[in-house]
Design a protein around this ligand. Structure first.
Ligand code: ATP
Ligand code: MG
Length: 315
């Protein structure tokens, strides 16, 4: 079966300019370096990693809301990397996004029915009456029956996320990128929104790229986990393999950061810094690895057991 979404050696470099005249400088920031990521159909893949590791950038480049510097983006086996806007449109329908802060995505002057119907209008699907009816259906589906004539400012944060979900799913996409969709919400509302997303994922057979800092949610919901560090994927495996036999020192550091239940345990902990993590990257003999990859001078992403990839030094 074709993956719903595939990123192949994707790179994104931002050029930052600072200073003026003789003091002008440009710096390059490598936000994504050779990112390989696969989202099987109907699966939920988590993308985790510290702030600034490149998770949002990966999502935006996958959606081509940002242009990649190198690498390929495939949707259901079709390469969309170089498609001009007109030919990208049908693919845009297949892949939608929900962000943490959906307030900015909703026009304050539009009723909720109009906001939710907007993607149908943009894609020229149905008559205005049909668009409105479908929007009202979707509002009901996300638990906001009767809210069609309300405005965004009348809603709580959780209700606004429900609107954002309706708006993303009204086009019946195959792929949903959920970028920290609940991190601005309190605990009980968070659980409701997660449950809503998971119900819709199952009903619609969606493939979801779930960007999150909440490792307990990730552990209970996701099929696979990809770990980003400094713009690179350092480990990628079925969820249980990540939580029980993580190989990369950064993954281990991230797992240790889950709040401890017991204060004594909390005190014993110390975070490793970047140099320490780099020093701990395992060296694995080529002969012990599936496919016997060639020895490497730098860490490379290799399959250490079927379906479990980690960035290690091959010796
Ligand atoms: N438009 C931009 N121009 C320049 N640099 C950018 C831009 N967008 C992101 N970056 C930089 O790219 C890196 C990755 O940022 P990104 O937002 O993808 O991280 P993230 O993993 O989503 O972090 P968080 O968990 O805080 O959301 C950061 O160093 C960030 O400052
Ligand atoms: Mg982000």
């Amino acid at each position: 079966m074709q993956p719903a979404l595939e990123l192949r050696t994707l790179c994104k470099t931002f050029t930052l300019r600072s200073g003026f005249g003789p003091f002008a400088r440009t710096e390059r920031l490598h936000a994504l370096v050779d990112v390989d990521l696969m989202l099987p159909p109907r699966s939920i893949v988590a993308l985790v990693g510290e702030s600034g590791s490149g998770k949002t950038t990966a999502g935006l480049v996958a959606l081509r809301l940002l242009e990649p510097s190198a690498g390929r983006i495939l949707i259901e086996g079709e390469d969309i990397t170089d498609l001009p806007p007109a030919r990208l449109r049908p693919f845009r329908r297949r892949m939608q996004v929900v962000f943490q802060d959906s307030y900015s995505a909703l026009d304050p002057m539009f009723t909720l029915a109009r906001s939710v119907a907007e993607p149908l209008r943009i894609h020229g699907i149905g008559t205005p009456r049909e668009q409105r009816e479908r929007a009202l259906d979707w509002l009901a589906r996300v638990g906001l029956a009767g809210y069609g004539n309300r405005y965004p400012h009348e809603l709580s944060g959780g209700q606004r996320q429900r609107v954002a979900i309706a708006r993303a799913l009204i086009l019946e996409p195959r792929i949903l990128i959920a970028d920290e969709p609940t991190s601005a919400l309190d605990v009980s509302v968070k659980a409701q929104i997660i449950n809503l997303l998971m119900d819709l994922q199952a009903e619609m057979g969606l493939a979801v790229l779930f960007i999150s800092h909440d490792l307990s949610v990730v552990r209970s919901l996701c099929d696979r986990v990809a770990v980003m560090w400094g713009g690179r994927i350092v480990e990628q495996a079925p969820t249980e393999a990540i939580f029980t036999r993580a190989l990369h020192p950064y993954t281990r550091t991230l797992l240790e950061a889950i709040p401890a239940a017991h204060p004594s345990e909390r005190r014993a902990r110390r975070f490793r810094d970047r140099a320490e993590i780099e020093a701990e990257i395992p060296r694995l003999p080529s002969a012990d690895l599936p496919g016997r990859p060639p020895p490497s001078a730098e860490p490379v992403l290799v399959e250490v057991e079927p379906g479990h990839l980690a960035r290690v030094l091959v010796t």
